[in-house]
Design a protein around this ligand. Structure first.
Ligand code: UD1
Ligand code: CA
Length: 455
């Protein structure tokens, strides 16, 4: 047996979620649970991934635009055995098959690897867990030698069987050849009138196929989600693992319970992350970066020693070393800030490339702009980049000084070392070293008599 095929059951309704969204599309760390399971399958190097879908099948497919998944439709939910059977025609005979669940999102690949390693033509492998309260789960039955002989569902169990605390997680690995032999022979004469996947355990035992058992390192790895409370519990566990990883890699977290990672965050050493920071997408923080409280940072790279102050929102930005951002800055996609730049409070940037040492300290909008080195953009400067239809570019050379409250009406360019007087509306290019002032000239009237109120 060579290739590994993963079958993911995701056809159930999940009525206890009380949701219009299919259960497996509810998110942990910003990602649908089903996608966590698919990513796990990919990490295991699966040659095939098979999604068994039913309730909300179209929504599930629409949110999963991937080419490495083969879908199997289970029109009626007649049981877990019936669900796996829907994928059978797509499984090569010589495959090892791992059964996972779209609502059990956080099983570690290491746990599954050791399970899959135990599968052969004459053995299957079962993941079990021992619970203080086994209520609701299928119980693992063993003979006097301690060998597994069957799984009995709670609803079919005798009182003695219900006392067993070792339960079925549902996750198992088995050869496709055995599945093709056993699944067509399942019967639904049981308390729930369902075709139970779990009945293949007794068939294996009867056929002299060895049943190997593995257990996960942590119960959360096999916890399923049936309602939003369990969803929140798994979210917290996931986030705690992420926080632990970040600290292990050299980040100080002001409070490990108040940082959320919804994507891939990589950190250097001596990174500081204050409370209530949310990371989304792919974010890289180099050594000595510090992130103030209440920041949202998505798809960004931030260079060594850069400080992001409180309440900043960074999305699709590339920031150099020793920069200073915020508080209350908003960097939008296409922002590229070179080393030692400053973007201060209430500044919004978008598609803006800012050269080394340049500063946009207060209350500005800089979009579709190219700024050279050591530019000083005064408070309240706006690039007027949009005429209602088209976007235009503003180009600013090295050493330019833009006075406060200036409108730069694009397309426009300011050559090196230009000075712009405060309050200007700049519509024409300015040559190197020039001064442009474009505002109403001040008129002073002496001894002005103010109007007085009539009785
Ligand atoms: C199942 C196991 C039980 C185990 C428990 C762990 C069986 C018969 N029982 O019970 O031993 O302890 O999981 O949580 O397998 N599904 C389908 N199509 C179906 C039926 C189910 O896709 O026709 C999917 C569901 O969406 C769900 C999963 O399979 O994700 C488990 O189904 P569920 O009915 O919840 O099984 P349990 O009764 O919990
Ligand atoms: Ca269940």
């Amino acid at each position: 047996m060579t290739s590994l095929h993963v079958v993911i059951l995701a056809a159930g309704q999940g009525s206890r979620m009380k949701s219009a969204l299919p259960k497996v599309l509810h998110r942990i760390a910003g990602k649908p649970m089903l996608h966590h399971v698919m990513d796990t399958a990919r990490k295991l190097g699966a040659a095939g991934i098979h999604g068994v879908i039913g309730h909300g099948a179209d929504d599930v497919k629409a949110i999963t635009p991937v080419e490495d998944v083969q879908w199997a439709l289970q029109e009626q939910q007649l049981g877990t055995g019936h669900a796996v059977a829907q994928a059978l025609p797509n499984l090569p005979d010589d495959a090892r098959v791992l059964i996972l669940y779209g609502d059990v999102p956080l099983t570690r690949p290491e746990t599954l690897e050791s399970l899959v390693a135990q599968v052969s033509e004459d053995s299957l492998a079962l993941l079990t867990v021992t619970l203080d309260n086994p209520d609701g789960y299928g119980r693992i039955l063993r003979n006097d030698d301690g060998r597994v002989t069957a799984i009995v569902e709670q609803k079919d169990a005798t009182d003695a069987q219900k006392a067993v605390k070792e339960v079925n997680t549902g996750i198992l690995a088995v050869s496709a050849r055995h599945l093709k032999d056993w699944l067509p022979r399942l019967s639904n004469s049981n308390a729930q009138g369902e075709y139970y996947l779990t009945d293949i355990i007794a068939m294996a035992s009867d056929n002299g196929v060895a049943i190997a058992v593995a257990q996960p390192a942590n119960e959360y790895e096999v916890q399923g989600v049936n309602n939003r409370l369990q969803l929140a519990e798994l979210e917290r566990w996931y986030q705690r693992q992420e926080a632990n990883r970040l600290m292990t890699e050299g980040a100080t977290l002001a409070d490990p319970s108040r940082v959320d990672v919804r994507g891939n965050l990589s950190v250097g050493q001596d990174v500081l992350i204050d409370i209530n920071v949310v990371f989304e997408g792919d974010v890289t923080l180099a050594n000595d970066v510090s992130i103030g409280p209440n920041c949202v940072i998505r798809d960004a790279t931030i260079g060594t020693g850069t400080r992001v102050e409180a309440n900043s929102v960074i999305d699709g930005a590339d920031i150099g070393t020793g920069a200073q951002i915020g508080p209350f800055a908003r960097l939008r996609p296409g922002t590229r800030l070179a080393d030692h730049t400053k973007v201060g409070n209430f500044v919004e940037t978008k598609k803006a490339e800012v050269g080394e040492g340049s500063k946009i300290n207060h209350l500005s909008y800089v979009g579709d702009a190219l700024l050279g080195r050591n530019v000083n953009v005064g408070a309240g400067t706006i690039t007027c980049n949009y005429d209602g239809v088209n976007k235009y570019k503003t180009v600013i050379g090295d050493g330019v000084f833009v006075g406060s409250n200036t409108s730069l009406v694009a397309p426009v360019s300011l050559a090196d070392n230009v000075t712009i007087g405060a309050g200007s509306t700049i519509t024409r290019n300015v040559d190197e070293g020039g001064l442009a002032v474009a505002r109403g000239r001040q008129r002073n009237i002496d001894n002005w008599e103010r109007p007085v109120k009539k009785d």
